[in-house]
Design a binder for this molecule. Structure first.
Ligand SMILES: *Cc1c(COP(=O)(O)O)cnc(C)c1O
Length: 407
C-alpha cells in the first residue's frame, strides 16, 4: 500500500525546495522590459548577490542558464585556447568543469584528490609553483561526493605559490548555505546558480568577477558574444544585462528569495545549514554502525553542509530511492559518478540534499522515511538513528546566538 499521498518532498541536491513566497512572487503579469520596476529589481539583485558572495570589488554577470552555462561563461571570459590551467578534482563536478575547459581548447592538467576527501592546499601550492598556470579551477562543494574544499586555504596557496594565477571557484551547490568570502579569500571568479541555496527555480546562473579577472577578459582577443561578461557587468542599456530578453519572472522570484535570506540573516542561514547537516550526519553515522550503508566522506570537517552522499551495497541505493518515492513521496538524490572518468555508481550511492528552504520537520521527515525504507527493504542498518538526529536538532536549537551578528 503506497502512503505517498500527502505533499511530495524533494530531497535532491538541486533543484531544492522552492518556497511558496518565491513561487507566489513569480505568479504575476509580465512587467515592461524597457523601464520601471524590472530595471530597479535587476540592479538590486546584482547588489544583493554581491552581498551574499561577500564582495565589494567584484561585479556579477547574470545569465539565463543553468550551472553548466556559468561554467562556460567563466572559461570563455578568462582562458584562451592553448592556455594552461590546473583543475582540482574531488568528484564529478570538479572534473566536469575541467572537461568543459578542455573542450573549449584549454590545456588542462587535473589534480585528482580521490572521492572521499578535500583537495590538499600544500600539494596544490607545490604544483602551482613555477607551473605557469593561467588559472586554478575548483569547486567549494562537490555535489557528487559531498566533499567541501577549504577555499580560504586554497586561495592562500594560490597567492603564495603563483600570484598571477586566477583563482576560480564553483559555488553552485553551496552559495547561501556554506560560508564564502570572495574578497577575503582571494577568489577572482566565482560561479553560482539560482536553484540550490538560492531557492529559485532553475534557469539563472551567475559569474562573479573581480577587477583582476575583468582585466584578464580585456586581454583576450575574442570572447563568445553571448557569454561575454563585459556588457552584462556594465550595461549601457537594460537589455544588455541578459543580452536580450530578461528572465522577468525569475527575477521576481530571486528578489524574494534574497529577501528571505536577508530577513533570516546570512549568519543564521549558515547556522541553520550547519544544524541540518549535523542532523543528517548523526543519523548516517548510526546507520553505518552495524549497517551496509555509510557516509561517503569520513571526516566531518570535510563534509559539505548542503548535501550528503551515502554509499550502500550493490543495488540498495536504487531500491531505497525507488521505495522512498513510490511508497512515501520523498525523492532522494541519485548517486552520480564520483570521480573523473568513472562510470556512475548509481545503484550503490544516493544523496540527500539539505540546501535552501529546509527546516527540522522536513529533514526529520526525510531521514525517518529513509530509515523506514531501510527496514522495509531489509537493508542492514544501525538502529536508533532518528533519536540521534532529533538530539542533533535539539542541541543546535539550544545553542546561544552570538551577540555580534554580521549580515
Ligand atoms: C549543480 C551543480 C553544477 C551543475 O549545475 P546545473 O545547473 O545542473 O548545470 C555544477 N557544479 C556544482 C558544484 C553543482 O552542484
Amino acid at each position: 500500500m503506497s502512503l505517498a499521498y500527502g505533499r511530495p518532498l524533494r530531497a535532491m541536491p538541486g533543484p531544492s525546495v522552492i518556497p511558496d513566497r518565491v513561487l507566489n512572487a513569480m505568479h504575476r503579469e509580465a512587467p515592461s522590459i524597457y523601464e520601471g520596476e524590472i530595471v530597479e529589481v535587476t540592479a538590486s539583485i546584482s547588489a544583493d548577490l554581491c552581498r551574499v558572495a561577500k564582495t565589494d570589488g567584484a561585479g556579477v554577470a547574470m545569465y539565463i542558464a543553468n550551472g553548466h552555462g556559468a561554467w562556460e561563461a567563466a572559461i570563455a571570459n578568462t582562458i584562451a585556447p592553448g592556455e594552461k590551467i590546473l583543475v582540482l578534482v574531488t568528484g564529478r563536478f570538479g572534473a566536469g568543469w575541467g572537461e568543459m575547459a578542455r573542450a573549449m581548447g584549454a590545456e588542462v592538467d587535473m589534480m585528482d584528490f580521490g572521492t572521499a576527501g578535500p583537495a590538499d592546499a600544500d600539494a596544490v601550492a607545490a604544483r602551482l609553483k613555477g607551473g605557469g598556470y593561467k588559472a586554478l579551477l575548483t569547486v567549494q562543494t562537490d555535489t557528487a561526493t559531498s566533499v567541501n574544499n577549504d577555499i580560504k586555504a586554497l586561495g592562500a596557496a594560490v597567492r603564495e605559490a603563483s600570484p598571477d594565477t586566477l583563482f576560480m571557484v564553483d559555488c553552485i551547490a553551496c552559495l547561501g548555505c556554506e560560508r564564502f568570502e570572495m574578497d577575503a579569500w582571494g577568489v577572482d571568479v566565482m560561479v553560482a546558480g539560482c536553484q540550490k541555496g538560492l531557492m529559485t527555480p532553475p534557469g539563472m546562473a551567475f559569474v562573479f568577477a573581480n577587477a583582476r579577472a575583468q582585466g584578464v577578459r580585456k586581454s583576450l582577443t575574442r570572447v563568445s558574444p553571448y557569454f561575454d561578461w563585459a556588457p552584462r557587468l556594465d550595461p549601457a542599456h537594460f537589455y544588455q544585462n541578459f543580452f536580450g530578453t530578461a528572465p522577468t519572472h525569475h527575477l521576481y522570484g530571486l528578489r524574494t528569495a534574497l529577501d528571505m535570506l536577508f530577513e533570516e540573516g546570512l549568519e543564521n542561514v549558515f547556522r541553520r545549514h550547519d544544524a541540518m547537516a549535523a542532523c543528517v550526519w548523526a543519523a548516517g553515522e548510526v546507520w553505518a554502525k552495524t549497517g551496509a550503508i555509510r557516509l561517503n566522506i569520513p571526516d566531518r570537517a570535510a563534509r559539505s553542509v548542503a548535501v550528503t552522499t551515502f554509499l550502500t551495497g550493490a543495488d540498495d541505493a536504487t531500491r531505497l530511492r525507488t521505495w522512498c518515492e513510490a511508497e512515501a513521496g520523498v525523492t532522494l538524490g541519485l548517486g552520480i559518478g564520483l570521480s573523473a572518468g568513472q562510470i556512475a555508481p548509481g545503484d550503490s550511492a544516493f544523496r540527500i540534499g539539505h540546501m535552501g528552504h529546509l527546516n527540522p520537520p522536513m529533514l526529520l521527515g526525510v531521514l525517518g522515511t529513509v530509515d523506514a525504507g531501510l527496514k522495509a527493504l531489509g537493508i542492514a542498518h544501525g538502529g536508533g538513528a532518528l533519536r540521534c538526529a532529533s538530539e542533533a536538532i535539539a542541541a543546535a536549537a539550544s545553542e546561544p546566538v552570538p551577540v555580534a551578528q554580521a549580515v
